[in-house]
Design a protein around this ligand. Structure first.
Ligand SMILES: [Zn+2]
Length: 398
């Protein structure tokens, strides 16, 4: 899970909090000087100098050597240092595993995809595959960098212990995933956590790409089941039991198509990848590999195929309705759609935007956009989450 630092009045904790403040400022404003950090954080210059020295020594910040010509002495500029420590993120998809290792600066050290049918393979084989991929990644990352943690992204519910009570996309129930991966790795020397794909994807969006730094942000995952990652006031919303954002069975149309849950007209039954393919490609039958079918839909839409365009407009309208519900609840600045919803965004979003505009009272100004992070979003978020303790100002214990 993403750990959240809770500072107390203890002096050591004050230093931890201040380190986090410095790192956060450099993340948002790099390259910047020590004087910039002091001026914008309210910390005094001597404190900033001492904190920056410590962060450089521990390989979390580095000096670029760039200078700025201002009145007075030129200043040495600071940026985040991604060279020494990385977080590792793995994503379990319906038909692939994705691995991303990234440093504090967000630059991916590696991005791997491996075709893997997690749904038919079952949890035990998936755990073995995840452990093998982790070992390979650690070897590739090399001895000159240290892996600070691993977070696995799963399309399903995840409780605070890293167990997966249910993941319908994978057909899993009651899988103690974090404990199983930890055991399979035989004391890897770094923490292993599990979180929902939606939570990790929204974390990736908040740190990397065009919506980085957005304090109120929603990521709607594409795929067989629709989920939502929710960031409000800069914080991930988890809810009482960790299941916030499980919007896949939000009722949208009482007389809609049947859903896997036994009801009708759920978000998943209308917008899930199987629902979209079933509606636009009635000849496709049951699909295990979604990408070629989504590409067929894209080709039809590009060619101006009337039934495909009409169908996409109708699906876009439903997407707009779903987003208006989320917008009314959370008042986000940006709602980002991923997966097949991003791939079909050029044809879905115009109708969705029109629906959003027509629906009052939607808070004005909510933007609905397509993710640019692709199928790596959950894994990149996992790598980011694995660096959370360092970002919170704790120095690496290595
Ligand atoms: Zn349902």
């Amino acid at each position: 899970m993403i750990s959240i630092d809770r500072p107390t009045a203890d002096l050591g904790d004050v230093r931890v909090t201040n380190r986090a403040v410095v790192l956060r400022h450099v993340r948002r404003h790099a390259p910047c000087s020590r004087a910039d950090v002091a001026a914008h954080t309210g910390l005094n210059k001597a404190t900033v100098s001492s904190l920056v020295g410590e962060l450089i020594e521990h390989g979390l910040l580095r000096e670029t050597g760039l200078t700025e010509n201002r009145v007075g002495r030129p200043a040495t500029m600071l940026v985040l240092d991604g060279a020494r420590y990385v977080g590792l993120g793995l994503r379990v998809g319906a038909d692939e595993l994705v691995a991303v290792a990234a440093g504090l600066d967000g630059d991916p050290v590696l991005t791997w995809r491996r075709a893997f049918p997690a749904a038919t393979a079952g949890p035990e084989e998936t755990v073995k595959a995840l452990a093998a991929l982790t070992r390979r990644a650690v070897t590739r990352i090399g001895a000159d960098r240290t892996v600070l943690g691993l977070t696995v992204a799963v399309p399903g519910l995840v409780n605070p212990d890293g167990d997966v009570p249910v993941a319908p996309t994978l057909g899993w129930r009651g899988v103690p995933l974090a404990a199983s991966v930890r055991r399979a790795l035989r004391d890897p020397g770094f923490p292993v956590a599990v979180d929902t794909e939606a939570n990790l994807a929204v974390l990736a969006e908040q740190r990397h790409g065009p919506y980085a730094g957005t304090a109120d942000l929603v990521h709607l995952t594409g795929g067989p089941v629709i989920g939502a990652g929710l960031i409000s006031g800069g914080r991930l919303l988890r809810g009482g039991r960790g299941f916030a954002g499980d919007v896949g069975h939000l009722p949208l149309a009482a007389d809609g198509p049947p859903c896997v849950c036994g009801r009708r007209g759920c978000l998943t039954a209308l917008l899930g990848v199987d629902a979209v393919i079933g509606r636009l490609l009635p000849d496709a039958g049951p699909v295990t590999d979604h990408l070629p079918e989504i590409e067929r839909i894209q080709a039809l839409a590009r060619a101006g195929d009337e039934p495909a365009r009409t169908g996409l407009t109708e699906i876009g309208r439903l997407l707009g309705q779903a987003v208006s519900v989320l917008a009314g609840l959370l008042d986000p600045d940006v709602v980002v759609v991923g997966g097949h919803l991003a791939a079909l965004a050029p044809w879905l979003l115009p109708a969705a935007h029109a629906e959003l505009a027509a629906r009052a009272p939607v808070p004005p100004g909510v933007r609905l956009e397509a993710s640019t992070l692709g199928s790596a979003a959950g894994a990149l978020g996992g790598a980011t989450a694995a660096l959370a303790t360092v970002e919170a100002g704790r120095l690496p214990a290595v």
